[in-house]
Design a protein around this ligand. Structure first.
Ligand SMILES: CC(=O)SCCNC(=O)CCNC(=O)[C@H](O)C(C)(C)COP(=O)(O)OP(=O)(O)OC[C@H]1O[C@@H](n2cnc3c(N)ncnc32)[C@H](O)[C@@H]1OP(=O)(O)O
Ligand SMILES: O=CC(=O)O
Ligand SMILES: [Mg+2]
Length: 568
Protein backbone atom coordinates (compact mmCIF):
# COMPACT_ATOMS: atom_id res chain seq x y z
CA UNK A 1 0.00 0.00 0.00
CA UNK A 2 1.11 3.53 -0.74
CA UNK A 3 2.67 4.69 2.57
CA UNK A 4 1.11 8.14 2.26
CA UNK A 5 -2.33 6.52 1.91
CA UNK A 6 -1.74 4.46 5.02
CA UNK A 7 -0.75 7.63 6.94
CA UNK A 8 -3.95 9.23 5.68
CA UNK A 9 -6.00 6.27 6.91
CA UNK A 10 -4.29 6.45 10.31
CA UNK A 11 -5.10 10.13 10.52
CA UNK A 12 -8.76 9.56 9.61
CA UNK A 13 -9.18 6.80 12.18
CA UNK A 14 -7.45 8.93 14.87
CA UNK A 15 -9.85 11.78 14.14
CA UNK A 16 -12.84 9.43 14.28
CA UNK A 17 -11.67 8.14 17.65
CA UNK A 18 -11.19 11.69 18.94
CA UNK A 19 -14.64 12.68 17.70
CA UNK A 20 -16.17 9.63 19.40
CA UNK A 21 -14.49 10.68 22.66
CA UNK A 22 -15.80 14.24 22.20
CA UNK A 23 -12.28 15.63 21.70
CA UNK A 24 -12.26 18.59 19.30
CA UNK A 25 -9.34 18.72 16.86
CA UNK A 26 -8.25 21.60 14.70
CA UNK A 27 -6.53 21.66 11.36
CA UNK A 28 -3.86 24.22 12.02
CA UNK A 29 -1.92 26.16 9.41
CA UNK A 30 1.86 26.01 9.67
CA UNK A 31 3.24 28.13 12.49
CA UNK A 32 -0.07 28.43 14.35
CA UNK A 33 -0.56 26.90 17.78
CA UNK A 34 -3.86 27.07 19.67
CA UNK A 35 -3.23 26.72 23.39
CA UNK A 36 -6.75 27.18 24.79
CA UNK A 37 -9.01 24.25 25.63
CA UNK A 38 -11.31 23.47 22.72
CA UNK A 39 -14.95 23.34 23.74
CA UNK A 40 -17.63 22.24 21.37
CA UNK A 41 -18.26 24.76 18.61
CA UNK A 42 -14.87 26.48 18.83
CA UNK A 43 -13.64 24.57 15.78
CA UNK A 44 -16.28 26.36 13.69
CA UNK A 45 -14.53 29.64 14.49
CA UNK A 46 -10.97 28.32 14.50
CA UNK A 47 -11.09 26.96 10.96
CA UNK A 48 -7.88 26.50 9.06
CA UNK A 49 -8.82 29.30 6.64
CA UNK A 50 -9.74 31.73 9.40
CA UNK A 51 -6.51 31.02 11.28
CA UNK A 52 -4.55 31.45 8.07
CA UNK A 53 -6.21 34.85 7.64
CA UNK A 54 -5.33 35.86 11.20
CA UNK A 55 -1.78 34.51 10.89
CA UNK A 56 -1.27 36.49 7.69
CA UNK A 57 -2.43 39.69 9.42
CA UNK A 58 -0.16 38.90 12.36
CA UNK A 59 2.90 38.31 10.18
CA UNK A 60 2.32 41.50 8.20
CA UNK A 61 1.42 43.80 11.08
CA UNK A 62 3.12 42.46 14.21
CA UNK A 63 6.27 44.54 13.58
CA UNK A 64 4.20 47.70 13.14
CA UNK A 65 2.20 46.99 16.29
CA UNK A 66 5.45 46.55 18.19
CA UNK A 67 6.75 49.78 16.72
CA UNK A 68 3.71 51.85 17.70
CA UNK A 69 3.87 50.43 21.22
CA UNK A 70 7.56 51.33 21.41
CA UNK A 71 6.65 54.86 20.28
CA UNK A 72 4.14 55.06 23.14
CA UNK A 73 6.93 54.24 25.60
CA UNK A 74 9.24 56.80 24.02
CA UNK A 75 6.56 59.50 24.19
CA UNK A 76 5.73 58.64 27.80
CA UNK A 77 9.42 58.98 28.66
CA UNK A 78 9.25 62.56 27.34
CA UNK A 79 6.16 63.31 29.43
CA UNK A 80 7.92 61.76 32.42
CA UNK A 81 10.81 64.14 31.81
CA UNK A 82 8.48 67.12 32.14
CA UNK A 83 6.92 67.68 28.71
CA UNK A 84 3.20 67.79 28.17
CA UNK A 85 1.37 66.50 25.09
CA UNK A 86 0.45 69.06 22.45
CA UNK A 87 -0.34 69.56 18.78
CA UNK A 88 2.42 68.30 16.50
CA UNK A 89 3.96 71.09 14.39
CA UNK A 90 4.93 68.48 11.77
CA UNK A 91 1.28 67.75 10.94
CA UNK A 92 -0.01 71.34 10.91
CA UNK A 93 -0.76 71.07 7.18
CA UNK A 94 -3.04 68.09 7.82
CA UNK A 95 -4.90 69.96 10.54
CA UNK A 96 -5.29 73.05 8.40
CA UNK A 97 -5.86 71.36 5.03
CA UNK A 98 -9.25 71.07 3.32
CA UNK A 99 -9.99 67.41 3.00
CA UNK A 100 -12.89 65.25 4.07
CA UNK A 101 -13.42 61.61 4.92
CA UNK A 102 -15.71 59.38 2.87
CA UNK A 103 -19.39 60.01 3.56
CA UNK A 104 -21.06 57.73 6.14
CA UNK A 105 -22.76 54.74 4.48
CA UNK A 106 -26.61 54.76 4.72
CA UNK A 107 -26.52 51.90 7.27
CA UNK A 108 -24.81 54.15 9.82
CA UNK A 109 -25.99 57.61 8.75
CA UNK A 110 -28.31 57.77 11.78
CA UNK A 111 -26.68 56.33 14.89
CA UNK A 112 -28.35 58.49 17.51
CA UNK A 113 -28.37 55.85 20.24
CA UNK A 114 -25.85 53.05 20.54
CA UNK A 115 -26.13 50.43 23.25
CA UNK A 116 -22.88 48.77 24.32
CA UNK A 117 -22.09 45.53 26.05
CA UNK A 118 -19.84 42.48 26.16
CA UNK A 119 -20.13 39.75 23.51
CA UNK A 120 -22.20 37.57 25.82
CA UNK A 121 -25.01 35.58 24.15
CA UNK A 122 -28.08 36.77 26.06
CA UNK A 123 -26.82 40.36 26.21
CA UNK A 124 -26.21 40.42 22.46
CA UNK A 125 -29.83 39.42 21.82
CA UNK A 126 -31.14 41.92 24.37
CA UNK A 127 -28.95 44.67 22.93
CA UNK A 128 -29.94 44.00 19.34
CA UNK A 129 -33.62 44.01 20.34
CA UNK A 130 -33.60 46.99 22.69
CA UNK A 131 -34.60 49.76 20.28
CA UNK A 132 -31.16 51.36 19.93
CA UNK A 133 -30.01 52.17 16.40
CA UNK A 134 -26.67 50.46 16.88
CA UNK A 135 -25.06 47.94 19.19
CA UNK A 136 -21.37 48.10 20.00
CA UNK A 137 -20.40 44.50 20.82
CA UNK A 138 -17.37 44.67 23.01
CA UNK A 139 -14.18 42.60 23.22
CA UNK A 140 -12.60 45.45 25.19
CA UNK A 141 -13.47 47.49 28.29
CA UNK A 142 -16.52 45.38 29.20
CA UNK A 143 -15.13 41.93 28.44
CA UNK A 144 -12.69 39.91 30.55
CA UNK A 145 -10.66 38.30 27.74
CA UNK A 146 -10.77 34.70 28.97
CA UNK A 147 -10.37 32.15 26.21
CA UNK A 148 -13.96 31.00 26.60
CA UNK A 149 -15.37 34.53 26.55
CA UNK A 150 -13.46 35.25 23.35
CA UNK A 151 -14.36 32.05 21.52
CA UNK A 152 -18.00 32.11 22.62
CA UNK A 153 -18.09 35.80 21.71
CA UNK A 154 -17.02 34.97 18.15
CA UNK A 155 -19.65 32.21 17.91
CA UNK A 156 -22.30 34.56 19.29
CA UNK A 157 -21.45 37.33 16.84
CA UNK A 158 -21.49 34.94 13.90
CA UNK A 159 -24.94 33.70 14.94
CA UNK A 160 -26.09 37.28 15.43
CA UNK A 161 -24.97 38.31 11.94
CA UNK A 162 -26.65 35.18 10.51
CA UNK A 163 -29.73 36.00 12.62
CA UNK A 164 -29.80 32.44 13.97
CA UNK A 165 -28.81 33.44 17.49
CA UNK A 166 -31.05 32.28 20.33
CA UNK A 167 -30.62 31.66 24.06
CA UNK A 168 -32.65 29.56 26.43
CA UNK A 169 -32.77 30.57 30.08
CA UNK A 170 -33.90 27.26 31.51
CA UNK A 171 -34.25 28.53 35.07
CA UNK A 172 -36.69 31.22 33.95
CA UNK A 173 -38.17 29.16 31.11
CA UNK A 174 -37.45 31.99 28.72
CA UNK A 175 -36.33 31.81 25.11
CA UNK A 176 -34.43 34.75 23.68
CA UNK A 177 -34.62 35.38 19.91
CA UNK A 178 -34.08 38.33 17.62
CA UNK A 179 -36.94 40.73 16.85
CA UNK A 180 -37.65 41.41 13.16
CA UNK A 181 -36.04 44.86 13.53
CA UNK A 182 -32.68 44.96 15.28
CA UNK A 183 -29.82 47.35 15.91
CA UNK A 184 -26.85 47.49 13.53
CA UNK A 185 -23.76 45.77 14.83
CA UNK A 186 -20.43 47.46 15.50
CA UNK A 187 -17.60 45.41 16.99
CA UNK A 188 -14.85 46.72 19.27
CA UNK A 189 -11.68 44.58 19.19
CA UNK A 190 -9.13 44.84 21.98
CA UNK A 191 -6.57 47.64 22.05
CA UNK A 192 -3.11 47.24 20.48
CA UNK A 193 -1.44 46.60 23.85
CA UNK A 194 -3.17 43.28 24.63
CA UNK A 195 -1.83 39.96 23.45
CA UNK A 196 -3.80 36.76 22.94
CA UNK A 197 -1.78 34.13 24.81
CA UNK A 198 -3.97 31.23 23.71
CA UNK A 199 -3.03 31.61 20.05
CA UNK A 200 0.65 31.57 19.14
CA UNK A 201 1.88 32.49 15.71
CA UNK A 202 5.46 31.59 14.88
CA UNK A 203 6.17 31.03 18.56
CA UNK A 204 4.80 34.35 19.85
CA UNK A 205 1.42 35.20 21.34
CA UNK A 206 -0.90 36.75 18.76
CA UNK A 207 -2.04 40.37 18.90
CA UNK A 208 -5.45 40.42 20.63
CA UNK A 209 -6.84 43.10 18.32
CA UNK A 210 -5.91 41.13 15.18
CA UNK A 211 -7.46 37.93 16.56
CA UNK A 212 -10.72 39.70 17.43
CA UNK A 213 -10.88 41.62 14.17
CA UNK A 214 -9.56 38.80 11.97
CA UNK A 215 -11.89 36.04 13.16
CA UNK A 216 -14.95 38.30 13.17
CA UNK A 217 -14.22 39.82 9.75
CA UNK A 218 -13.32 36.52 8.13
CA UNK A 219 -16.49 34.73 9.20
CA UNK A 220 -18.96 37.56 8.79
CA UNK A 221 -18.03 39.96 6.04
CA UNK A 222 -20.16 38.29 3.37
CA UNK A 223 -23.35 38.04 5.41
CA UNK A 224 -22.89 41.37 7.07
CA UNK A 225 -22.38 43.25 3.82
CA UNK A 226 -25.32 41.54 2.15
CA UNK A 227 -27.56 42.94 4.90
CA UNK A 228 -26.05 46.44 5.02
CA UNK A 229 -26.17 47.74 1.48
CA UNK A 230 -22.75 46.39 0.58
CA UNK A 231 -20.99 48.19 3.43
CA UNK A 232 -19.28 46.97 6.56
CA UNK A 233 -18.43 45.32 8.78
CA UNK A 234 -18.28 48.27 11.17
CA UNK A 235 -15.83 48.64 14.05
CA UNK A 236 -14.90 50.75 17.05
CA UNK A 237 -11.15 51.21 17.51
CA UNK A 238 -10.04 51.74 21.12
CA UNK A 239 -7.25 53.29 23.16
CA UNK A 240 -5.05 54.68 20.41
CA UNK A 241 -2.57 57.41 21.26
CA UNK A 242 -1.32 58.58 17.88
CA UNK A 243 -2.30 58.70 14.20
CA UNK A 244 0.46 56.19 13.38
CA UNK A 245 -1.68 53.63 15.26
CA UNK A 246 -4.69 54.54 13.12
CA UNK A 247 -2.48 54.07 10.07
CA UNK A 248 -1.89 50.47 11.17
CA UNK A 249 -5.64 49.86 11.42
CA UNK A 250 -6.09 51.43 7.99
CA UNK A 251 -3.52 49.04 6.51
CA UNK A 252 -5.21 46.10 8.27
CA UNK A 253 -8.52 47.15 6.69
CA UNK A 254 -6.87 47.53 3.25
CA UNK A 255 -5.34 44.08 3.58
CA UNK A 256 -8.58 42.44 4.75
CA UNK A 257 -10.46 44.02 1.86
CA UNK A 258 -7.84 43.02 -0.71
CA UNK A 259 -7.60 39.40 0.42
CA UNK A 260 -11.36 38.89 0.43
CA UNK A 261 -12.21 40.99 -2.62
CA UNK A 262 -14.27 43.46 -0.58
CA UNK A 263 -14.29 46.90 -2.24
CA UNK A 264 -11.99 49.54 -0.75
CA UNK A 265 -13.67 51.67 1.90
CA UNK A 266 -16.35 49.13 2.84
CA UNK A 267 -15.01 48.57 6.32
CA UNK A 268 -15.60 51.54 8.62
CA UNK A 269 -14.05 52.26 11.99
CA UNK A 270 -15.03 54.81 14.63
CA UNK A 271 -12.01 55.77 16.69
CA UNK A 272 -12.45 56.31 20.41
CA UNK A 273 -10.62 59.42 21.49
CA UNK A 274 -9.88 58.14 24.95
CA UNK A 275 -6.28 59.00 25.58
CA UNK A 276 -4.84 62.42 26.28
CA UNK A 277 -2.19 62.23 23.52
CA UNK A 278 -4.86 61.32 20.94
CA UNK A 279 -6.88 64.49 21.48
CA UNK A 280 -4.02 66.39 19.85
CA UNK A 281 -4.11 64.00 16.88
CA UNK A 282 -7.79 63.96 15.92
CA UNK A 283 -7.45 65.42 12.43
CA UNK A 284 -4.42 63.22 11.82
CA UNK A 285 -6.29 60.08 12.93
CA UNK A 286 -9.20 60.85 10.62
CA UNK A 287 -6.74 61.62 7.84
CA UNK A 288 -5.07 58.21 8.17
CA UNK A 289 -8.38 56.36 8.13
CA UNK A 290 -10.11 58.71 5.65
CA UNK A 291 -12.04 56.23 3.45
CA UNK A 292 -12.41 53.77 6.32
CA UNK A 293 -13.46 56.34 8.89
CA UNK A 294 -16.82 56.44 10.60
CA UNK A 295 -15.85 59.30 12.88
CA UNK A 296 -14.71 59.66 16.47
CA UNK A 297 -16.21 58.94 19.88
CA UNK A 298 -15.63 60.53 23.29
CA UNK A 299 -14.44 57.63 25.44
CA UNK A 300 -14.55 59.74 28.58
CA UNK A 301 -13.60 57.07 31.13
CA UNK A 302 -10.40 55.92 29.50
CA UNK A 303 -9.70 59.57 28.69
CA UNK A 304 -9.72 60.49 32.39
CA UNK A 305 -7.57 57.43 33.14
CA UNK A 306 -5.15 58.43 30.40
CA UNK A 307 -5.04 62.04 31.65
CA UNK A 308 -3.72 60.83 35.00
CA UNK A 309 -1.42 58.23 33.44
CA UNK A 310 0.14 60.64 30.97
CA UNK A 311 1.04 63.17 33.69
CA UNK A 312 2.11 60.48 36.16
CA UNK A 313 5.47 62.12 36.74
CA UNK A 314 3.99 65.55 37.42
CA UNK A 315 3.37 65.89 41.19
CA UNK A 316 1.53 69.17 40.68
CA UNK A 317 -1.23 67.42 38.73
CA UNK A 318 -3.15 65.52 41.39
CA UNK A 319 -6.80 65.00 40.52
CA UNK A 320 -9.77 65.42 42.85
CA UNK A 321 -12.05 62.49 43.71
CA UNK A 322 -13.12 60.45 40.71
CA UNK A 323 -16.81 61.33 41.23
CA UNK A 324 -16.00 65.01 40.86
CA UNK A 325 -14.35 64.67 37.46
CA UNK A 326 -17.53 65.18 35.44
CA UNK A 327 -18.10 66.32 31.88
CA UNK A 328 -18.57 69.97 32.90
CA UNK A 329 -14.91 70.18 33.93
CA UNK A 330 -13.19 72.52 31.51
CA UNK A 331 -10.71 69.97 30.12
CA UNK A 332 -13.50 67.50 29.32
CA UNK A 333 -15.84 70.13 27.87
CA UNK A 334 -12.99 71.36 25.66
CA UNK A 335 -12.19 67.84 24.47
CA UNK A 336 -15.78 67.03 23.49
CA UNK A 337 -16.31 70.33 21.70
CA UNK A 338 -13.06 70.07 19.79
CA UNK A 339 -13.98 66.52 18.79
CA UNK A 340 -17.35 67.68 17.41
CA UNK A 341 -15.75 70.54 15.49
CA UNK A 342 -13.05 68.23 14.09
CA UNK A 343 -15.43 65.47 12.98
CA UNK A 344 -17.95 67.80 11.35
CA UNK A 345 -15.25 69.64 9.46
CA UNK A 346 -14.22 66.25 8.03
CA UNK A 347 -17.79 65.07 7.33
CA UNK A 348 -18.01 62.24 9.87
CA UNK A 349 -19.89 61.49 13.07
CA UNK A 350 -18.94 62.90 16.45
CA UNK A 351 -20.24 60.35 18.92
CA UNK A 352 -20.83 61.04 22.59
CA UNK A 353 -19.96 58.68 25.39
CA UNK A 354 -21.18 56.72 28.34
CA UNK A 355 -22.97 58.05 31.39
CA UNK A 356 -22.21 55.49 34.09
CA UNK A 357 -25.65 55.53 35.75
CA UNK A 358 -27.81 52.43 35.29
CA UNK A 359 -31.40 51.70 36.34
CA UNK A 360 -31.88 51.14 40.08
CA UNK A 361 -34.67 48.62 40.49
CA UNK A 362 -35.37 48.67 44.21
CA UNK A 363 -35.34 52.43 44.89
CA UNK A 364 -37.65 54.62 42.74
CA UNK A 365 -36.28 57.90 44.08
CA UNK A 366 -32.67 56.89 43.45
CA UNK A 367 -33.71 55.58 40.04
CA UNK A 368 -35.31 58.92 39.16
CA UNK A 369 -32.16 60.74 40.27
CA UNK A 370 -29.97 58.43 38.14
CA UNK A 371 -32.26 58.91 35.12
CA UNK A 372 -32.10 62.68 35.59
CA UNK A 373 -28.29 62.53 35.45
CA UNK A 374 -28.36 60.45 32.27
CA UNK A 375 -30.93 62.80 30.72
CA UNK A 376 -28.81 65.85 31.54
CA UNK A 377 -25.69 64.22 30.13
CA UNK A 378 -27.42 63.28 26.87
CA UNK A 379 -29.01 66.70 26.57
CA UNK A 380 -25.59 68.30 26.91
CA UNK A 381 -24.27 66.02 24.18
CA UNK A 382 -27.04 66.56 21.66
CA UNK A 383 -27.05 70.33 22.20
CA UNK A 384 -23.28 70.47 21.79
CA UNK A 385 -23.64 68.87 18.35
CA UNK A 386 -22.95 65.17 18.92
CA UNK A 387 -24.54 62.89 16.32
CA UNK A 388 -25.33 60.12 18.76
CA UNK A 389 -24.36 58.65 22.07
CA UNK A 390 -23.90 55.51 24.15
CA UNK A 391 -26.18 53.80 26.65
CA UNK A 392 -25.06 51.07 29.04
CA UNK A 393 -28.39 49.36 29.67
CA UNK A 394 -31.59 48.54 27.72
CA UNK A 395 -33.60 50.23 30.47
CA UNK A 396 -32.11 53.60 29.44
CA UNK A 397 -32.78 53.41 25.73
CA UNK A 398 -36.21 55.05 25.60
CA UNK A 399 -34.96 57.97 27.72
CA UNK A 400 -31.90 58.52 25.55
CA UNK A 401 -33.85 58.12 22.30
CA UNK A 402 -36.36 60.68 23.55
CA UNK A 403 -33.61 63.24 24.27
CA UNK A 404 -32.05 62.78 20.84
CA UNK A 405 -35.37 62.64 18.96
CA UNK A 406 -36.53 65.88 20.59
CA UNK A 407 -33.31 67.71 19.84
CA UNK A 408 -31.97 66.17 16.63
CA UNK A 409 -34.62 66.35 13.88
CA UNK A 410 -32.34 64.92 11.18
CA UNK A 411 -30.30 61.72 10.96
CA UNK A 412 -27.25 63.48 12.35
CA UNK A 413 -25.81 66.96 12.97
CA UNK A 414 -22.98 66.93 10.47
CA UNK A 415 -24.12 70.41 9.44
CA UNK A 416 -23.45 71.78 12.95
CA UNK A 417 -19.90 72.96 12.34
CA UNK A 418 -19.16 74.44 15.76
CA UNK A 419 -16.90 77.09 14.23
CA UNK A 420 -17.40 79.03 17.48
CA UNK A 421 -15.23 76.51 19.33
CA UNK A 422 -11.71 77.77 20.06
CA UNK A 423 -9.79 75.17 22.00
CA UNK A 424 -6.11 75.59 22.76
CA UNK A 425 -3.58 73.21 24.29
CA UNK A 426 -4.03 74.80 27.71
CA UNK A 427 -7.78 74.13 27.64
CA UNK A 428 -7.16 70.44 27.09
CA UNK A 429 -4.60 70.30 29.88
CA UNK A 430 -6.41 72.35 32.47
CA UNK A 431 -6.64 70.59 35.84
CA UNK A 432 -10.12 69.61 37.01
CA UNK A 433 -11.41 71.37 40.11
CA UNK A 434 -12.58 69.59 43.25
CA UNK A 435 -11.49 68.03 46.51
CA UNK A 436 -9.51 64.94 47.43
CA UNK A 437 -11.15 62.98 50.23
CA UNK A 438 -10.62 59.88 52.29
CA UNK A 439 -14.06 58.73 51.13
CA UNK A 440 -12.74 58.98 47.57
CA UNK A 441 -9.73 56.82 48.46
CA UNK A 442 -12.03 54.28 50.12
CA UNK A 443 -14.45 54.17 47.19
CA UNK A 444 -11.64 53.76 44.66
CA UNK A 445 -10.32 50.86 46.72
CA UNK A 446 -13.67 49.12 47.13
CA UNK A 447 -14.53 49.52 43.47
CA UNK A 448 -11.10 48.54 42.19
CA UNK A 449 -10.98 45.31 44.21
CA UNK A 450 -14.52 44.24 43.38
CA UNK A 451 -14.03 44.97 39.71
CA UNK A 452 -10.77 43.02 39.57
CA UNK A 453 -12.35 40.07 41.40
CA UNK A 454 -15.16 40.02 38.83
CA UNK A 455 -12.74 40.37 35.92
CA UNK A 456 -10.60 37.47 37.15
CA UNK A 457 -13.71 35.29 37.31
CA UNK A 458 -14.63 36.17 33.74
CA UNK A 459 -16.97 39.18 34.03
CA UNK A 460 -15.74 42.42 32.51
CA UNK A 461 -18.57 44.81 33.41
CA UNK A 462 -20.44 44.91 36.68
CA UNK A 463 -22.91 47.09 38.55
CA UNK A 464 -21.25 48.57 41.65
CA UNK A 465 -22.97 51.11 43.88
CA UNK A 466 -25.55 51.72 41.14
CA UNK A 467 -22.98 52.57 38.48
CA UNK A 468 -21.59 50.62 35.57
CA UNK A 469 -17.97 49.67 36.18
CA UNK A 470 -15.70 48.32 33.49
CA UNK A 471 -11.98 48.22 32.75
CA UNK A 472 -11.86 51.94 31.97
CA UNK A 473 -13.65 53.14 35.08
CA UNK A 474 -11.69 50.74 37.31
CA UNK A 475 -8.46 52.11 35.84
CA UNK A 476 -9.36 55.56 37.11
CA UNK A 477 -9.71 54.15 40.63
CA UNK A 478 -6.32 52.47 40.36
CA UNK A 479 -4.29 55.34 38.92
CA UNK A 480 -5.91 57.90 41.17
CA UNK A 481 -4.91 55.89 44.25
CA UNK A 482 -1.44 55.41 42.79
CA UNK A 483 -1.03 59.13 42.13
CA UNK A 484 -2.14 60.15 45.61
CA UNK A 485 0.09 57.55 47.31
CA UNK A 486 3.10 58.24 45.11
CA UNK A 487 3.07 61.97 45.80
CA UNK A 488 1.72 61.84 49.36
CA UNK A 489 -1.33 63.88 48.39
CA UNK A 490 -2.83 65.87 51.23
CA UNK A 491 -6.58 65.34 51.41
CA UNK A 492 -8.29 68.72 51.18
CA UNK A 493 -11.94 67.86 51.68
CA UNK A 494 -14.32 65.29 53.14
CA UNK A 495 -14.44 64.10 56.72
CA UNK A 496 -10.73 64.26 57.52
CA UNK A 497 -9.09 67.10 55.56
CA UNK A 498 -5.40 67.62 56.13
CA UNK A 499 -4.48 63.92 56.21
CA UNK A 500 -1.61 62.83 53.95
CA UNK A 501 -2.08 59.72 51.80
CA UNK A 502 0.73 57.26 52.50
CA UNK A 503 1.30 53.56 51.85
CA UNK A 504 0.46 52.91 55.50
CA UNK A 505 -2.82 54.80 55.32
CA UNK A 506 -3.71 52.95 52.11
CA UNK A 507 -2.90 49.56 53.72
CA UNK A 508 -5.30 50.39 56.56
CA UNK A 509 -7.98 51.57 54.15
CA UNK A 510 -7.59 48.41 52.11
CA UNK A 511 -8.02 46.15 55.15
CA UNK A 512 -11.08 48.07 56.26
CA UNK A 513 -12.62 48.07 52.79
CA UNK A 514 -12.11 44.30 52.51
CA UNK A 515 -14.19 43.90 55.66
CA UNK A 516 -16.78 46.17 54.11
CA UNK A 517 -16.79 44.19 50.84
CA UNK A 518 -17.25 40.92 52.72
CA UNK A 519 -20.17 42.42 54.60
CA UNK A 520 -21.73 43.77 51.40
CA UNK A 521 -21.38 40.69 49.20
CA UNK A 522 -21.94 38.18 52.02
CA UNK A 523 -19.53 35.54 53.34
CA UNK A 524 -20.57 32.85 50.82
CA UNK A 525 -19.79 34.96 47.74
CA UNK A 526 -16.72 36.40 49.42
CA UNK A 527 -15.36 32.91 50.06
CA UNK A 528 -15.66 31.75 46.46
CA UNK A 529 -14.88 35.07 44.75
CA UNK A 530 -11.30 36.05 44.06
CA UNK A 531 -11.42 39.06 46.37
CA UNK A 532 -8.19 38.35 48.27
CA UNK A 533 -6.21 37.83 45.06
CA UNK A 534 -7.82 40.96 43.64
CA UNK A 535 -6.91 42.97 46.73
CA UNK A 536 -3.30 41.81 46.52
CA UNK A 537 -3.04 42.74 42.86
CA UNK A 538 -4.81 46.06 43.35
CA UNK A 539 -2.54 46.94 46.28
CA UNK A 540 0.55 46.09 44.23
CA UNK A 541 -0.71 48.25 41.38
CA UNK A 542 -1.53 51.21 43.63
CA UNK A 543 1.80 51.18 45.47
CA UNK A 544 4.29 50.33 42.72
CA UNK A 545 7.16 52.76 42.24
CA UNK A 546 6.48 53.05 38.48
CA UNK A 547 2.90 53.08 37.25
CA UNK A 548 1.99 50.07 35.12
CA UNK A 549 0.49 51.00 31.76
CA UNK A 550 -2.64 48.89 32.15
CA UNK A 551 -4.18 47.01 35.05
CA UNK A 552 -5.40 44.31 32.68
CA UNK A 553 -1.86 43.52 31.48
CA UNK A 554 -0.88 42.48 34.99
CA UNK A 555 -4.23 40.80 35.69
CA UNK A 556 -4.19 38.87 32.39
CA UNK A 557 -1.83 36.18 33.70
CA UNK A 558 -4.56 35.24 36.19
CA UNK A 559 -7.00 34.29 33.44
CA UNK A 560 -4.71 32.53 30.96
CA UNK A 561 -5.37 28.79 30.93
CA UNK A 562 -3.49 26.49 28.58
CA UNK A 563 -4.84 23.08 27.62
CA UNK A 564 -2.47 20.14 27.19
CA UNK A 565 -2.20 20.12 23.39
CA UNK A 566 0.24 18.69 20.87
CA UNK A 567 3.58 20.49 21.05
CA UNK A 568 5.00 22.05 17.91
C1 LIG B 1 -16.14 52.88 29.40
C2 LIG B 1 -16.76 52.06 28.37
O1 LIG B 1 -16.11 51.44 27.58
S1 LIG B 1 -18.46 51.96 28.32
C3 LIG B 1 -18.76 50.57 27.26
C4 LIG B 1 -18.38 49.30 27.88
N1 LIG B 1 -19.23 48.97 29.01
C5 LIG B 1 -20.42 48.38 28.78
O2 LIG B 1 -20.77 48.15 27.66
C6 LIG B 1 -21.31 48.08 29.96
C7 LIG B 1 -22.61 47.51 29.49
N2 LIG B 1 -23.54 47.26 30.56
C8 LIG B 1 -23.50 46.16 31.33
O3 LIG B 1 -22.61 45.34 31.20
C9 LIG B 1 -24.60 45.96 32.32
O4 LIG B 1 -25.67 46.82 32.07
C10 LIG B 1 -24.18 46.19 33.79
C11 LIG B 1 -23.08 45.22 34.16
C12 LIG B 1 -23.68 47.61 33.98
C13 LIG B 1 -25.39 45.96 34.68
O5 LIG B 1 -25.79 44.64 34.46
P1 LIG B 1 -26.94 43.94 35.30
O6 LIG B 1 -26.85 44.29 36.72
O7 LIG B 1 -26.94 42.51 34.93
O8 LIG B 1 -28.23 44.60 34.75
P2 LIG B 1 -29.72 44.20 35.07
O9 LIG B 1 -29.80 43.07 36.04
O10 LIG B 1 -30.45 45.43 35.40
O11 LIG B 1 -30.18 43.68 33.64
C14 LIG B 1 -31.54 43.57 33.27
C15 LIG B 1 -31.60 42.95 31.91
O12 LIG B 1 -30.96 43.80 30.96
C16 LIG B 1 -29.92 43.09 30.30
N3 LIG B 1 -28.80 44.03 30.07
C17 LIG B 1 -28.20 44.85 30.96
N4 LIG B 1 -27.27 45.58 30.34
C18 LIG B 1 -27.27 45.21 29.04
C19 LIG B 1 -26.52 45.62 27.91
N5 LIG B 1 -25.61 46.57 27.99
N6 LIG B 1 -26.78 45.02 26.75
C20 LIG B 1 -27.74 44.07 26.66
N7 LIG B 1 -28.48 43.64 27.68
C21 LIG B 1 -28.25 44.21 28.87
C22 LIG B 1 -29.53 41.99 31.23
O13 LIG B 1 -28.91 40.95 30.53
C23 LIG B 1 -30.87 41.61 31.81
O14 LIG B 1 -31.57 40.82 30.86
P3 LIG B 1 -32.77 39.83 31.27
O15 LIG B 1 -33.79 40.63 32.00
O16 LIG B 1 -33.27 39.33 29.98
O17 LIG B 1 -32.17 38.78 32.12
O1 LIG C 1 -14.59 53.23 25.99
C1 LIG C 1 -15.09 54.18 26.51
C2 LIG C 1 -14.54 54.88 27.61
O2 LIG C 1 -15.18 55.81 28.12
O3 LIG C 1 -13.43 54.48 28.01
MG1 LIG D 1 -12.57 52.87 26.80
Amino acid sequence: MDPSYSAYEDEVSRKKESAARGVVELELPAGVRVRGLLQSGYQSVLTREALEFVADLERRFRPRVKYVLACRREEQARYDAGELPGFDPATKAIREGDWVCSAPPPAIADRRVEITGPVERKMIINALNCGAKMFMADFEDSLAPTWDNLMRGQINLRDAVNRTISFEDKARNKLYKLNPKTATLLVRPRGWHLQEAHIEIDGEPATGALVDFGLYFFHNHVNFRSKHGGFGPFFYLPKMQHSREAAVWNSVFDQAEDVTGVPRGSIRGTVLIETLPAVFQMHEILYELQEHSAGLNCGRWDYIFSFIKTVRAHPDRLLPDRVQVGMKQHFLKSYTELLIQTCHRRGVHAMGGMAAQIPIRDDPAANEAASALVRADKLREVKAGHDGTWAAHPGLISLVVEVFDSNMPHANQLDVKREDVQVMEDDLLQMPKGKRTLEGLRLNTRVGIQYLAAWMTGTGSVPLYNLMEDAATAEISRVQNWQWIKYGAVLDGGLVPGVRVTKELFARVLDEEMVCIEREVGPAKFAVGRYREAAKLFAKQCTSEILDDFLTLDAYRNIVQFAPTARM
